[in-house]
Design a protein around this ligand. Structure first.
Ligand code: SF4
Length: 528
């Protein structure tokens, strides 16, 4: 059985002519007929070429791979018993799910505290992030979780000011940081500024630390969706030329007179901005960490993608040796911005395998007494059961789960519903809950009480959407944890999981369900 779905997908706006009869290996119609206008990906590539590499429409979607990985987190079930409680008195009146504590602290000095064990691990310069930033930043800040400003934000900013090749002022990066910090509650959460190769050259993190009060910075080696830098489409010639001047790869060359003429004549309408691939060496890594510490970075994170196992080992070893505060490991498949569609599907180590290798490597270093940074895992997480499984699989080292597409979806839906309420065009599907923000959003009363009427009225609906989604995840996670009798995150363990397929068990070392508690059950039956 083919695990991949090719040649026809909503991601590239393509389909087969013979939809019910498709060759699994090629994705082609069983009969490819002379005269077809080519609605499939091969056909569309015959006239739009490389444009069809990317999911569409650009700038208003997030995408994730359609490939069916042989094993995913659904291959595990969460185990619970009938007695006891960890982290609270074993008393049925006290060990209730609202009493579960989801707070997590991490960092070399345990100085970072989140109200919930999840965060957004990096969304950058794409329009989808920019257009939903109010919701993402304010929602994350109110919920007391982390938000990472992804790569290229300063580089893409038309109004950013550069001196001697280094950024000295920005509009977009400043706005993004400020939106978060202005809504931060009681010191919970963190705003993190990420950097790729170009960002580091432009000095964006030094600027963010110096001018914007940012304490956490992150080096980025990649993401689950792709093994090359980010891509963005540019519809404006001047901007394409500006980005080339700032050191980005821009295709086709926006300074070439033939290209300029073709663009002006409408032969093509978008330039592509690409980033470089990094060239990791220990020497340059150590140097960059030292530079960031000297610049005043209080906490330094590293995010790595679904690279091969040797690269994962390198990321972990460096994070340990240079005493970083968080290492995020993002499994294959996702893409909040623009990643090549086939690459998203076919490259990298899938999440369960990647997180299992990570656990093995971390355990090895831990047994040798080496420093272990807090670990975050990412790759397709959307609901509380998956979050629980991600935390349990990597326990006790995994402290956080990273999610990007799901929070963006929540912020976008919140924004859309807010607009519908404002325009008195509420869909019937939503109207049954009411016709005002207070009636429709279930957390409105709590937020109004917490912030006061004036502040509440100013909240963008996108932020309420994200906050409400997080509230659901938190409550769901508390229920699952109460079911496993774990009333604080430090008690969650690998023993809370059982593999329901042999393959999942072989990959992860989590016992197959029929082998779970085997000895203990025998003893009970023997009356010992
Ligand atoms: S070009 Fe061939 S494979 Fe593609 S949609 Fe047409 S008939 Fe099907």
């Amino acid at each position: 059985m083919s695990l991949s779905k090719i040649n026809a997908t909503a991601a590239t706006l393509t389909k087969n002519r013979t939809e019910g009869s498709v060759v699994p290996t090629s994705g082609m119609c069983v009969t490819c007929i002379d005269g077809c206008i080519g609605m499939c990906e091969i056909g569309k590539s015959a006239y739009r070429g490389h444009e069809v590499i990317y999911p569409q429409p650009f700038g208003v979607i997030t995408t994730a791979a359609e490939k069916s990985f042989p094993v995913d987190y659904s291959h595990f079930n969460i185990m619970g018993g009938v007695v006891g409680a960890h982290g609270i008195e074993a008393d049925s009146d006290k060990a209730i799910f609202p009493a579960v504590n989801l707070e997590v602290t991490f960092g070399h000095d345990k100085g970072i505290k989140f109200k919930m064990p999840f965060m957004i691990p990096g969304i950058g310069s794409t329009d989808i992030a920019k257009n939903n930033w109010e919701g993402l930043a304010i929602g994350s800040a109110l919920a007391g979780t982390g938000l990472t400003i992804g790569e290229n934000v300063a580089g893409m900013d038309n109004e950013a000011v550069y001196k001697n090749g280094k950024v000295v002022d920005t509009v977009d990066l400043k706005r993004r940081v400020k939106l978060y910090l202005d809504h931060r509650q009681d010191g919970y959460g963190a705003i993190i500024v990420q950097a790729n190769v170009e960002d580091a050259r432009l000095g964006n993190q030094e600027y963010a630390i110096r001018e914007l009060g940012v304490e956490c910075v992150e080096l980025k080696w990649g993401q689950g969706a792709k093994n090359i830098g980010g891509e963005v489409k540019i519809k404006n010639l001047k901007k394409a030329q500006m980005l080339l001047e700032r050191g980005y790869i821009v295709l086709p060359d926006p300074t070439d007179p033939t290209v300029i003429k073709a663009f002006e004549n409408g032969a093509f309408s978008e330039f592509e901005r690409h980033s470089r691939v990094g060239m990791v060496t220990e020497e340059s890594f150590a140097k960059r960490i030292e530079e960031l510490r000297k610049a005043g970075a209080k906490y330094i994170f590293l995010k790595t993608g679904a690279y091969r196992p040797a690269a994962l080992a390198t990321a972990l070893k460096f994070a340990s040796k240079y005493k970083l505060d968080l290492l995020t490991v993002d499994g294959a498949g996702g893409g909040t911005g623009m990643s090549p569609w086939r690459m998203m599907n076919e490259w990298g180590v899938p999440p369960v395998e990647l997180h299992s290798l990570l656990y093995q490597y971390v355990k090895q270093l831990h047994e040798k007494g080496e420093y272990i940074p807090a670990i975050a895992v990412a790759g397709g997480f959307t609901f509380e059961d998956q979050i629980f499984k991600g935390l349990a699989m990597g326990a006790p080292f995994v402290k956080l789960v990273g999610m990007a597409r799901a929070p963006i979806a929540a912020a976008m839906v919140g924004k859309t519903i807010g607009n519908a309420i404002r325009n008195h065009q509420i869909p019937v599907y939503v109207e049954r809950f009411g016709t005002t923000i207070d009636e429709v959003f279930v957390t409105a009363t709590e937020l109004r009480h917490k912030l006061g009427n004036e502040e509440f009225e100013k909240l963008p609906a996108g932020a309420i959407g994200l906050y409400t989604y997080y509230e659901r995840l938190a409550q769901g996670l508390r229920q699952l944890m109460a079911g496993t009798r774990k009333f604080a995150l430090e008690y969650v363990s690998r023993n809370d999981l059982a593999a329901i397929t042999h393959e999942a068990s072989n990959i992860t070392g989590i016992p197959y369900i029929m082998d779970c508690d085997k000895e203990e059950a025998e003893k009970i039956l023997a009356g010992k």
